[in-house]
Design a protein around this ligand. Structure first.
Ligand code: PEP
Ligand code: CO
Length: 453
């Protein structure tokens, strides 16, 4: 499998170069007034060092290929949008902690390693359905991410310098994550690792606490028999990802390595549900990269289109290259997933199946809050697991928008958040996220599925 991924990607880069996307229609690109400054910034970005290394990207592809065969499980998650203000010690540590905690719950249940991919260190751009929104009663251009413009009503003009600020924040974030992991933060002995704070009111708290104790026991047992040393238990892989939306920015982080091209601004990139058109600029840009590429699949995805998108992204049919991330909504997931899986299966195309139960389940309350129901999220997950089981395919992983903070953005969960609670601590600048307790709870529920399969 490794060797197939390492084959030359010359075939896939036929007639491709990092700017060939410019001849195609590019949706959701900011319009800059100061194009002189934009090209200065892009030129400078091209000279700055990459954030990740090709060998790491290849390793992720191998791990994704393993996951597609069921020998690993993928946990892909993080913020809907990272804000520049989030580039600080505490926020970064909290984000890593929740990913680690969820992954240990999943590892324990599935008895297999978890591939951790953060929506992190570069998730600064958002596609939006509307051109304008209301902010404090005023109609303003929709917020498209901190690397495009500021959140305040007076700052909504796209500013090219923010691309540079985004690059530096992505690199500072990733630098700190690497330091934390190398320095022992991810060590399972770290007491903080096991602190299920905010979970005390969850109805299954005692059971969760029991799982934590069993995992700790198992680790101590293995260690006392010399089967595991502290280094092994502490060593974790962590990968970064973001939506490849702003194509000029992505182009500037695209680098050649021998015969191959990589985007070295992240290990994995994904193409959004709004930009995955066959003739669009986004697909054209992504088809030339050696990185694994995610494709978000909403309820109106045509199965034949999906087949063609996969062929375009993965002409040499490497396992671990394309991650199909379904986000179909709880009502339709069961019926819509089967034709999508069938189209890819009939084509003999290897794909990694992942479920994003967040983006198909967004609703707006009468008070104007965007929210998602915990029950709908769990229902989409359950139906997606079942549909794959029936089709004989493997659901290789899950994709979440979540935060380590006690926000009140999604309703439900055993902490019992009601619609009336949303205004208490609604922080998101874009989509509603699972809070800390809801994130851990969903991990325990997925663990139940993994145990039973
Ligand atoms: C997202 O993942 O934040 C997103 C916008 O997703 P989608 O393209 O699936 O709507
Ligand atoms: Co989102």
């Amino acid at each position: 499998m490794m060797s197939s991924f390492h084959q030359s990607s010359a075939e896939s880069t036929h007639n491709w170069n990092p700017d060939s996307w410019r001849s195609r229609p590019a949706l959701h690109q900011p319009e800059y007034r100061d194009v002189g400054r934009l090209s200065e910034v892009l030129d400078l970005l091209e000279t700055l060092p990459p954030l990740v290394f090709p060998g790491e990207v290849d390793r992720l592809a191998v791990e994704l290929a393993d996951a597609s065969k069921g020998s690993r499980f993928i946990l892909h998650g993080g913020e809907c949008v990272e804000r520049f203000a989030d580039c600080n010690e505490v926020t970064i540590a909290n984000r890593i902690r929740i990913l680690l905690q969820m992954s240990i719950i999943l590892t324990h249940a599935a008895r297999k390693p978890v591939v951790r991919i953060g929506r992190m260190a570069g998730q600064f751009f958002k596609p939006r359905s509307r051109e304008t929104e209301l902010l404090d009663g005023h109609e303003v251009p929709t917020y498209k991410g901190d690397a495009v413009h500021g959140f305040e009503a007076t700052q909504r003009e796209p500013d090219p310098s923010r691309l540079l600020q985004g690059y530096f924040r992505a690199s500072a974030t990733l630098n700190y994550v690497r330091a934390m992991i190398a320095g022992g933060f991810a060590d399972l002995h770290h007491p903080d690792y096991w602190n299920l704070r905010d979970m005390e009111h969850a109805s299954r708290y005692a059971e969760y606490q029991g799982i934590v104790e069993r995992v700790q026991d198992a680790i101590h047992f293995m260690e006392s028999f010399g089967g595991l040393d502290r280094g092994t238990v502490g060593g974790v892989n962590f990968f970064t990802s973001h939506e490849a939306l702003h194509l000029a920015y992505e182009q500037s982080l695209t680098r050649r390595d021998g015969e191959k091209w990589y985007n070295l601004g992240a290990h994995m990139l994904w193409i959004g549900d709004r930009t995955r058109g066959l003739d669009g600029a986004h697909l054209e840009y992504l088809r030339g990269l050696s990185n694994p590429v995610g494709v978000k699949l909403g309820p109106d995805t045509d199965p034949d289109d999906l087949r063609d998108v996969c062929r375009r992204l993965n002409p040499t049919r490497k396992t671990g290259k394309v991650v199909c991330i379904t986000r179909l909504g709880y009502r339709e997931a069961a019926q819509r997933i089967t034709p999508l899986v069938g189209a890819v299966q009939r084509d003999g195309m290897p794909v990694v199946w992942c479920c994003d139960p967040m983006h198909g389940n967004t609703v707006t309350t009468s008070a104007g809050h965007k929210t998602r129901s915990f029950d709908h999220i769990v229902s989409e997950l359950r139906d997606t697991f079942a549909a794959h089981r029936e089709a004989g395919t493997v659901l290789a992983g899950v994709h979440f928008e979540m935060t380590a903070d006690p926000v009140t953005e999604c309703i439900g969960g055993s902490i019992g958040l009601a619609e009336a609670d949303l205004s208490r601590n609604y922080q998101s600048w874009c989509d509603p996220r699972l809070n800390y307790a809801q994130s851990l709870e969903v991990a325990f529920l997925i663990a139940d599925h993994l145990r039973s399969r």
